[in-house]
Design a protein around this ligand. Sequence first.
Ligand SMILES: Nc1ncnc2c1ncn2[C@@H]1O[C@H](COP(=O)(O)OP(=O)(O)O)[C@@H](O)[C@H]1O
Ligand SMILES: [Mg+2]
Length: 243
Amino acid sequence: MISCRHLTKRYGAATAVEDLSFDVRSGVVTAFLGPNGAGKSTTLRLMLELDHGEGVTTFDGTRFRDLPDPIRTVGAVLETRAWHPGRSAHDHLRMLAVGGGVPQPRVDEVLALVGLADVAHRRPKGFSLGMAQRLSLAVALLGDPKVIVLDEPENGLDPQGIHWLRTFLRDLAAQGRTVLVSSHQLAGIETLADDVVVLGRGRVLAQGPLTAFVAGVGADRLEDAYLQVTAESMEYAGGADHA
Ligand SMILES: Nc1ncnc2c1ncn2[C@@H]1O[C@H](COP(=O)(O)OP(=O)(O)O)[C@@H](O)[C@H]1O
Ligand SMILES: [Mg+2]
């Protein structure tokens, strides 16, 4: 389980996220939802201590920095295009495997898992966004981690790719893993996620089982519930802006 407590991040005078506390259960997929600029990526960076801020995040009770074997505990990819231009997908994974003490056969295993076996020796520079997303997923899975954190993994995927990814993520959760996936899109999230954490303007607006969230605000569908709580967060912040 992931537990975030009092996460706050400021950029100068601007507050990106403020006093966020939420839990992410294992064995289910949790959708981390919020409009663009709500603070999803900032939160994920804070959770993985890739960025300085206030608050504490623990993975089964341990902070990321204190994990004895981080690559085998938490698989996370927050940047889809952070590839060395001259290196093939296979080489990229091989180097990460060496760095993380992951046995080499796992590289071919994860490439096959994400459907990139045929292009493993091509450079990711020429990959479509969908292929880059699959490679990101391969990176996240390298250490066979118990926790998987992905920032907007559906971006750039076609409907077949989205269907494939959702089935894949649900299988990971069914194996008992913790799966946290951010998205600013709502279409089909009901078929992906059991739980939601909804962010608006750097605040947690809702968290818990998706069905309880929808029913709790008197809505019939996720989209209605989401539009309702995010609109309220804008009113509280002094009126909606259209930036
Ligand atoms: N490096 C940065 N410097 C200044 N402001 C930033 C930086 N990164 C993010 N922000 C601001 O923090 C807020 C949250 O951004 P972000 O976490 O990227 O949101 P999301 O991922 O939900 O779209 C936004 O207002 C954004 O402009
Ligand atoms: Mg983002």
